[in-house]
Ligand binder design. Structure first.
Ligand SMILES: CC(=O)SCCNC(=O)CCNC(=O)[C@H](O)C(C)(C)COP(=O)(O)OP(=O)(O)OC[C@H]1O[C@@H](n2cnc3c(N)ncnc32)[C@H](O)[C@@H]1OP(=O)(O)O
Length: 464
C-alpha cells in the first residue's frame, strides 16, 4: 500500500477519484489555499504511484507524472484509495487514460488514421493488492465514466499482466498486429465506415480526404511522418479558384504547415524549393541565359549551374583568370569581407571580366529581382547560416567551387572570388573556412595552383 505523510482522506471522499490537468480531485471544493494544498498533495500522490508503476513494469522512467498530466489536455487519471488503511489511508491503484490520434492497421492490414482513439496509458495496482479484483473495479469505473467499451480501447504497450487482465475480464484475446506499441483487438474497427482507409473508431465518419477541421489526410509516408497538412478555408478557396501556375500559389502550398505539434511552427520559405517549383511553373525555360531568369524568382538551379559552368570553362580556355580581381592588396591585407557589398572592382579595360566572377550586380540579376536588400549585413560568423554545397560546386567544375554569400536567410547572394592560393590573410575577421578550402585545394597540387584560381562556392539554405 502506498501511504503518505499527509492524510489522504480529504482528497478521497470516495474510493475512486478522477484527476485531470488541474491536478485536483474531481470532487474538490475549497478556497485558494486549500486548492494549492490539494494540488501539492495530489502531485505527490501521482508522482509516487507513477514511479511505482514504472518500476513494476521495468520502465526506466515513469509514464505518469503530475507534470505531464498538468501539461495534457486530454488525459485523466483515476486513483483508487483505501481510506481504512493505516493512519492516513493509502492509495492502492492508478489508471491513466486519454485519447490519441493514431495510425493503425485494421484487420485487413489497411492503414487508418483514428482520431482521438480511447487509450489505456498506464495502469497499476499496488503489489500487495493485486489479483483481488481492484483492477477490475478501477477499470470498470473508468469505462463507465468515459463511456468507453473495452473493445474500442487501444492499449499502450500492455504488460503480460494487463493482457491477462483484459482477457480474463473482457474476453479480449484476438489482437490486430500494429506497427507501433499500441495493442488493439479485433472488433476495434467494427461499425466504422472504411472511408478509403481512414476512419474514426468512434464511428464519426469523415470525408476520406478532408476532415472537418481541415486536416488533409493521405496515406502517404510524408503524412504519416509529418502529420496531416492543415488546409484552412482560405487555402481551400484559393485552391478552388486559382490555378497552381503562379509561384505564389505554389509557395503557399510548399509552406503550408501542420496546425499543431512540433511541426506546427511556421517554417520559413525554402529558397531551393522556391527555385525548383517556381522555375517549373514557368513552363518554358527561356533562352538559358542567367539574366533571362531574373525577376519573379523563377530560377532554374540546373540552368544557373550550367550557365556558370559554361562560363567557367570559357574562362579557363581563354586563360582569363584575374586573381587580382577582388583580391586584397598585397601590402596591406584586409580581412576578406564575408558579405560583398557593391560595387565590384572595375575590370581592367583589356581583360574582359570573366562571367563566372560577375560583379554582384550581375549575379543579383541572376537570382532575381525579388531579393530584398538586407536591413544590415551579416557575416556567416554572425548567422551560421551559410551552407556549402560542394556537390553543386563539383558539378560546375571539378577544381572550382561557386560561392554565394547568403546575406539573408531566404536569398541567394553574390558570387565572389577567394583570395588566390598563398595569399595569407591573418587578420581576425578573415574567413577561415575559405582560407582552409583554398589551402587544401592548393596543397593538392592542382594544375591551377600556379595560375591561381577562383574558389567559387555555392551556398543555399538547407532543403530538408
Ligand atoms: C498500458 C499499461 O498500463 S501496461 C502496464 C499494466 N500494469 C502492470 O503491469 C503493473 C503490474 N500489474 C498490475 O498493476 C495489475 O496486475 C493490473 C493492473 C495489471 C491488474 O490489476 P489487478 O487488481 O491485479 O487485476 P484484477 O484482480 O482485477 O484481475 C486479475 C487478473 O489480472 C491478471 N493478473 C493480475 N496480476 C497478474 C499477475 N501477477 N500475473 C499474471 N496475470 C495477472 C490476471 O488475468 C488476473 O486473473 P487471475 O488472477 O484469474 O489470473
Amino acid at each position: 500500500m502506498v501511504e503518505f505523510r499527509f492524510d489522504i482522506k480529504p482528497l478521497f471522499p470516495q474510493p475512486i477519484i478522477k484527476v485531470t490537468s488541474n491536478l485536483l480531485p474531481h470532487t474538490f471544493r475549497g478556497d485558494r489555499r486549500q486548492c494549492l494544498d490539494a494540488t501539492t498533495k495530489m502531485s505527490e500522490i501521482i508522482d509516487r504511484l507513477g514511479q511505482l508503476s514504472a518500476t513494476s513494469q521495468g520502465l526506466s522512467k515513469p509514464v505518469t507524472t503530475a507534470q505531464r498530466l498538468r501539461m495534457s489536455d486530454n488525459q485523466t487519471i483515476y486513483l483508487l484509495a483505501d481510506s481504512e488503511a493505516g493512519h492516513n489511508g493509502a492509495v492502492t491503484g492508478l489508471l491513466k487514460v486519454g485519447t490519441k490520434d493514431l495510425y493503425l492497421f485494421d484487420e485487413s492490414g489497411q492503414t487508418r488514421k483514428v482520431e482521438q482513439a480511447p487509450s489505456i496509458l498506464d495502469f497499476y495496482i499496488h503489489e500487495s493488492r493485486q489479483r483481488a479484483g481492484l483492477g477490475k473495479r478501477l477499470f470498470q469505473t473508468m469505462l463507465n465514466e468515459e463511456q468507453w467499451t473495452p473493445l474500442k480501447c487501444s492499449v499502450d504497450r500492455p504488460s503480460e499482466k494487463l493482457l491477462g487482465f483484459l482477457s480474463k475480464h473482457y474476453g479480449l484475446q484476438r489482437i490486430i498486429p500494429q506497427a507501433n506499441n499500441f495493442v488493439l483487438y479485433e472488433g476495434f474497427f467494427n461499425d466504422v465506415a472504411p472511408a478509403n482507409g481512414h476512419g474514426n473508431a468512434h464511428g464519426h465518419a469523415q470525408s476520406p480526404q478532408r476532415t472537418q477541421n481541415g486536416l488533409h489526410i493521405t496515406n502517404s509516408p510524408n503524412t504519416q511522418l509529418f502529420g496531416a497538412t492543415y488546409l484552412g478555408e482560405d487555402s481551400n478557396r484559393r485552391r478552388g479558384s486559382q490555378q497552381q501556375s503562379t509561384p505564389n500559389a505554389l509557395l503557399q502550398q510548399i509552406t503550408q504547415i501542420s496546425p499543431s505539434g512540433r511541426y506546427g511552427a511556421p517554417r520559413p520559405t525554402c529558397s531551393m524549393a522556391e527555385i525548383i517549383h517556381a522555375g517549373n511553373s514557368k513552363g518554358g525555360k527561356g533562352n538559358g541565359s542567367a539574366e533571362s531568369n531574373s525577376g519573379n524568382g523563377n530560377h532554374d538551379l540546373a540552368e544557373i549551374a550550367e550557365q556558370l559552368q559554361r562560363q567557367s570553362l570559357a574562362d579557363l580556355e581563354a586563360n582569363s583568370y584575374e586573381p587580382e580581381l577582388e583580391v586584397e592588396p598585397e601590402v596591406e591585407p584586409e580581412p576578406e569581407p564575408e558579405v560583398i557589398t557593391p560595387p565590384s572592382p572595375p575590370p581592367k579595360s583589356h581583360t574582359p571580366t570573366p562571367p563566372s566572377v560577375r560583379s554582384p550586380e550581375v549575379v543579383e540579376s541572376i537570382v532575381g529581382d525579388n531579393r530584398r536588400p538586407p536591413a544590415f549585413q551579416l557575416s556567416k560568423q554572425h548567422t551560421g547560416m551559410k551552407n556549402r554545397s560542394f556537390g553543386v560546386g563539383m558539378a560546375v567544375m571539378p577544381s572550382s567551387k561557386m560561392e554565394f554569400d547568403q546575406m539573408e536567410r531566404e536569398d541567394f547572394g553574390v558570387v565572389k572570388i577567394n583570395r588566390p592560393p598563398g595569399h595569407d590573410v591573418t587578420s581576425p575577421g578573415q574567413d577561415n573556412s575559405d582560407a582552409m578550402s583554398t589551402a587544401s585545394s592548393g596543397g593538392g597540387g592542382g594544375g591551377l595552383t600556379d595560375q591561381g584560381y577562383y574558389d567559387l562556392k555555392f551556398y543555399h539554405n538547407k532543403l530538408w
